[in-house]
Ligand binder design. Sequence first.
Ligand code: ATP
Length: 912
Amino acid sequence: MHLPPSTDARDTPWHALSAGEALQRLQTDDRHGLAHAEVARRLARFGPNRLPAPPRRPAWLRLLQQFHNVLIYVMLAAATVTAALAHWIDTGVLLGAVIVNAIIGFLQEGKAESALDAIRHMLSHQATVLRGGERQLVAADQLVPGDIVILASGDKVPADLRILTARSLRADEAVLTGESVPCDKDEAAVAADAALGDRRSMLYSGTLVAAGTALGTVVATGTNSELGRISTLLAQVQASTTPLLRQIAQFSRWLALAIGLFVLATFAIGVLWRAQAPADMFMMAVALAASAIPEGLPAIMTITLAMGVRRMAQHNAIIRHLPAVETLGAVTVICSDKTGTLTCNEMTVQRVVTADHVIEVTGSGYAPQGGFLIGGVPITAQEHPALQSVAQVALLCNDATLHDGPQGWSLTGDPTEGALVTLALKAGLDATALHARQPRIDAIPFESEHRFMATLHHDHAGHAVILVKGAPERVLDMCNAQRQWPADGAGTDAPLQHDYWRRAANDCAARALRVLAIAIKRVPAQQHALQFADMEGGFTLLGLLGSMDPPRPEAVAAVAECQAAGVRVKMITGDHGETARAIGAQLGIGLGRPALTGAEIELLDDAALRDVVASVDVFARASPEHKLRLVQALQSRGEVVAMTGDGVNDAPALKRADVGVAMGRNGTEAAKDAAAMVLTDDNFATLGHAVREGRGIYDNVRKFILFMLPTNGGEALIVFAAIAFGLLLPLTAAQVLWINLVTSSTLGVALAFEPAEDDVMRRPPRPPQEKLLSGLFAWRVLMVAVCMAAASLGLFLWELSNGAAIETARTMAVSAVVVMEMFYLLNSRHIERSVLSREGLLGNPKVPLTIALCALLQLGFVHLPWMQAVFGSTDLSVQEWSRVLLAGLAVFTLAELEKAALRRWRARRAHR
Ligand code: ATP
C-alpha cells in the first residue's frame, strides 16, 4: 500500500474515515508510532512541518523608501535650485547629505527589523510523540504524516491530526473558524461533507486544546495543513510598535512642524529684515530643517527597544509583545505562581503518614537513594505493608517516569508525581512489573480545578480498583474509611478519623510540605470507564504524603530586590494555605500576614476584594478564575500588574494583566499565546531581572531624547541668533549639514547599548501616567541648547574680534559644536547621576568608540585639503584646538553641575 502523496492527503476525507482506517492509510500504528527510519524517510519526502515565512520587504525597496520623505524632497528640490544657480559645491553637499541620510536610515531600519525578527523566532514549539514505541518530545517542525501525537489541555495542536482517542476533549479553533467558544471533539467519524468547524474527529494545526486529552495521528503538515492553506500567518505577526514609540512618532511630527515654522521664520527674518541674500538664506533654511528635524528618531527608538529585548532574551526572558518592555519598567505588583517559579519544582517526599505511623523519608532529589525512619529508627518498607500500599498507589496513579542518565536522575512529567516514583523506588517497588500486574484501563487526569488524579485498574484475577491521589481536603471528602495495619498482618478498614488526618495534614503543611492524600476503592470488574460520579464516595484512605519543594535561592534574593524597588511581590498558589504561608515566609513574602484562600476570595465581592487585596500577599488554594479577579482588583487600585501563569485556564488572567508572563518550560502553549513575555527558565529571578531591564530600556529612551533635542536645538539656535542679531553667520549651510551627518545620527545610537544603571532597582516604579517629556526634560533641553549656542557663538565672535579670518572662526565654531556634542554624550549616560567615575566614562564601550570615530571625522573636516575645499574649513593650530576643547569641557562641567544641583534638590525634598 502506498502512503498518499502530500497533494492527495488534502483530498482524503480523514474526518470521515474511522480511526483504524486512517491509521491503515498512513501505515502507522497507535501503540508504537512510526519507526525512526520511517520518520526520516517521510521527513525527506514531505519536508519539515513549517509554514513559509511571510514575505519581507526586499532590501532595494527598503532603500528606495528612505527617499520617500518630505525632508528628502525638500533637500532634492534645494539641490536642483542650487544646481540651477551653478552653486556646484552646495549641490554636492546636499546630494551627499541626502544619500548619507538614506543609507543611515536604511541601516538603522534594517537593524531594527532584524532585531525584531530574531525575537519573533525565539520560541520554538514542541510536541509529544510516540516513535519507536517510546514517548518523546520533538520539535514540532519535525513531525511527519503518520506520527502519533499525544496532547493535553493547553497544548497547541502541532499539525492536522485525525483523533484516535479522546477524553473530555475540547478545542479552541478561533484561529481557523473564528468561533471563540471551544468545540467538543471525539474520535467518531463524521460525514464526508462536514464543514471545517463540524469535523469533530479532527484537530487542526495552530488551534489550542482547551480541555481534556487526546491521541491523534498526523494527516497533514506544513503548507498542506488547513492553517497552511488559509495562511493566517500574517495575522500572527505582532505589531512592532508600542505606546511609547507612538508617542515619540507623534512628538517627532509636531517637532518637525515646529522646526519647519522656525526655519521659515529664520528665512523671513534673514531676507526681509536683515537683508541677507535670498539664495544663501534658502540654502541655510534647507540645511537647518535637515539637521534639526529628528527624522531618525523612531528608528533609533526601535533599536533601543530591540537591543533591550535582546539583552532580556539573553537572560531567559522573551518578549512577545514589544509594549511589554515599557510596561515592565512601570510594574508595581508582581503576582507570581509558587511551584517552579519561586520554588525549584524538584519535589521530594519527606513524610508518609499512615493510620498508625508517621514515617520520615530520607534522601533528596529524584535519585532513589534514602530510606525510612519511624521515631528516628530506620525501618524497611517490606516490614510495613501500610507504607507499601501507599507507595504502590502512588506509583500506579502516576504519569511521571524517571531515567537514570549520565547526569543523574531526570524526570519526564510532573514533579509532584516524580517525587512519588522516587518514593516507590525507595520502597523497593518495580514500576514495570506493577504496571503489568495492574494495567490502567482509564484515568481522570489531574487538573488544578479539581485537584486530584484518579485511575482505574484491573488485575488479572478479575478485580478492579479506582486509585486516587490529590489535595487532602478533596480526597478526605471521598473517603468514609481508613485502612489500618495491625502489627500482625492483614489490613482492615476502619471508620475514618477526620481529626487525625486533618491534624496530620496541617502539621505537614506547617513544615512547608505539599500534601497529597492517597485512597482506593474497589469497583465491579465490569467497570471499564471512569467518570466524575465514581469519585463521589466510598473510598478508603491509605495515607498522606508530604513533599518538599525548596525555594529557589536566587528567587529569595530577587524578591528582596523587587521589594526594595517598590514592587510588591504576591504569591498565588494552588497549594494549601499553611504550606503557602510557610514557603512564603522562607521567601520573604507576606511575613506576619495571614494568607487568603480561594474559598475566601469567593466570599468577597469585587469591592471587598479590592480593599483586602492590598494587605494580603499570599493567596492559597487559588484557581485561575481567582487570578483573574485578583488582577482586576489590583488594577482597580491603580496598580500595574505582572502576572505569571502556566495553565490553559490562566490565559484570561495573563491577557488581562498589564504584563502577562508565561512559563517556557512547564507552561502550556495556551498560556504562552496569551502572555506578553515568556520566561524560558520558569524562574522568578528572571522576572525580577526583566523588570530591571524594562526600567533600563525606558531610561535609555529618555537618555537618547535628552541627548538629541538639545544638540539639534543648539545648532538651530546659533544660526537663528546670528541672523536675528545681524551678525556674520558662524556656520555655513554646508557646515550645518556636516554637523548633522557627523553627530546626530551616529553619536546618540551608542546610548541604545547602555546597560541598566546600578540604582534602577532602588528607585520606586515610574508612575504609569508619567509623561516622557516632563518639566525636567524641558529645562535640561533648554539649558544645554542655550549653553551650546552661547559657547559656539561666543568663541566665533571672540576669534573674529581677535583678528582671526572668518574661515578660521567658522571652523572653530563647527568644531566646538561637534566637540560639545561628544562631551555631552558622556553626560547623557546618566540622567541624574554623575558620570565622573571610571564606570561613568567607560562603562559603555560604545560611547568612547563612537566619540573616537566622530573625532576622526572632525579632524578630517579640519585638516584634509579636499574637505577644506568642500566645506570652506581651514587648519587649526594647537592653541585654537585647545580653545575648542575648552568649550566642550565647559558644557560637560556645566551639565554635571546641573545634575549635582538637581540631586541636592531632590535629597532635600525627600528629607522634608
Ligand atoms: P502554583 O500555583 O504555586 O504553581 P500549583 O499550580 O502547582 O501551585 P496545583 O498544581 O494546582 O498547584 O496543585 C494544587 C494541589 O493539587 C496540590 O497542593 C496537591 O495537593 C494537588 N496536586 C498537585 N499535583 C497533583 C497531581 N499530579 N496529582 C494529584 N494531585 C495533585
